[in-house]
Design a protein around this ligand. Structure first.
Ligand SMILES: [Zn+2]
Length: 419
């Protein structure tokens, strides 16, 4: 993208992101488990309550995917490039990396349980039959409900909530006894997961940059950055502006004052009323926006932290308990032997999932002491040069990747840029 220039200069005090609103939330990163990728078909089914829906069925033998298969800063490249409005784009992504399963309702465990329903010592898979069943399974999981239902705007309704999980379970119900199918997942669940990861990682990154550069990057810069489709493929970040929504931010999708004046007649009329009553509407709105962005970013980080817990949650409920009362004697020996059996990794649980790997990679980068930077060519916020190999640190690069460095020097040689 050419010509995206951030004019650096002092910003007004009311635009500054409030450091005090930031909550220190830690992403607990553990060794990333490999995950399975299958060939798949896209099918249409009808749910028990009559909805036609698209879903994917896995077939054949899996390819084992490793953490190293994700390029550096995956969340800002391949992940952000997925256009969830286009089936081909979703399919291409899943063919290459596998399915991003949801962290809600034990999504990862439900899929792996379903995959092993015909195995020796098969697991007894019973599809969850309603959104109420799913609610019960969520409260039993480690993460609880990652995305609250209170603040969905109209256009988010189809993509949020528990409906996608229900549809995945419906796809599993349809193929329960079908031996040609390994796993099944609804397209709605895949889309919801991709969206949540696109939005959360872009939002956290932009706010983190703003908090490190409070003199030059305020609420407007963060909001405008997130409206740029090349930085975040989503339409707005209302996804994570949930429980504590300030009335001023209602229906604004956290856009900047100037963008809203241009786009929204509703906003314009509220501003007019405020101005007539003698308020400084720009200042009031922008300072509220600054708070809202940091709060939304906190929610997004908790979402990622909870997702990691959920992906690691063992749905069988059996956690090895070393502190169990062992008083010696034959019973203790039996109990010891049983614990050893339980600790042997069951084939169903020895794999992780793509979404866990993406969040873990993001978490490692987030914790990295390197500072966030803005690419001089494409304007993207980044920490690591994309082609950087482990153990080889490229410190002061101004570009996020090789192609950006090349395209910048080309523009310069053509006289399009002067320094
Ligand atoms: Zn770049």
């Amino acid at each position: 993208m050419v010509g995206l220039v951030f004019v650096l200069g002092p910003i007004e005090n009311y635009e500054r992101l409030p450091l005090s609103c930031r909550q220190p939330i830690k992403l607990d990163i553990k060794a990333v488990k490999p995950w399975l990728r299958y060939s798949f078909d896209r099918l249409w089914g009808t749910s028990a309550d009559g909805e036609r829906f698209a879903y994917y069925v896995e077939r054949g033998e899996p390819t084992v995917m490793q953490f190293e298969h994700l390029e550096n800063e995956f969340f800002a490249s391949s992940l952000q490039k997925v256009n969830v409005d286009r089936t081909e784009s979703i399919v291409r992504f899943c063919e290459r990396y596998g399915f991003p399963v949801s962290s809600g309702y034990n999504g990862a465990q439900r899929l792996s349980l379903f995959r092993s329903r015909f195995k020796l010592f098969n697991t007894d898979f019973q599809p969850l039959k309603s959104e109420w069943d799913i609610l019960a399974s969520e409260s039993a999981s480690a993460a609880g409900i990652p995305l609250f239902s209170s603040a969905y705007s109209e256009d988010d309704k189809t993509l949020l909530g528990r409906r996608p999980y229900f549809l995945s379970e419906e796809a599993r119900r349809i193929h329960l006894n079908d031996r040609s199918v390994v796993g099944a997942i609804s397209e709605a669940e895949v889309i919801q997961t991709i969206r949540a990861l696109q939005v959360s990682t872009a939002l956290i990154t932009a706010v983190a940059y703003g908090l490190e550069n409070t003199d030059t990057w305020g609420a407007n810069e963060v909001a405008d950055y997130l409206c740029d489709r090349s930085h975040m493929a989503q339409n707005g970040i209302s996804f994570f502006l949930l429980s504590n929504t300030d009335t001023l931010l209602k229906n604004t999708r956290l856009k900047s004052y100037d963008t809203l004046i241009l786009e929204s007649s509703e906003f314009k009329s509220i501003v007019q009323q405020g101005e007539n009553a003698g308020f400084n509407t720009r200042e009031s709105y922008t300072s509220t926006l600054a708070d809202g962005l940091v709060i939304a970013s906190n929610t997004a980080i908790s979402f990622l932290a909870n997702s990691l817990l959920s992906y690691r949650f063992d749905g069988t409920g059996g956690t090895p308990d070393e502190a169990e009362d062992d008083n010696g004697g034959p019973l203790a020996a039996w109990s010891h032997a049983r614990k050893k059996t339980h600790r042997r990794p069951a084939s169903t649980h020895s794999y992780g999932c793509l979404s866990e790997a993406i969040i873990s990679q993001f978490g490692l980068l987030y914790d990295d002491p390197a500072e966030w930077r803005i690419c001089d060519n494409c304007g993207r916020i980044f920490k690591k040069y994309r082609e950087e190999k482990p153990g080889k640190v490229i410190q002061k690069t101004r570009f996020c990747k090789r192609s950006c460095a090349n395209s910048y020097s080309k523009k310069k040689s053509q006289g399009l840029i002067t320094e």
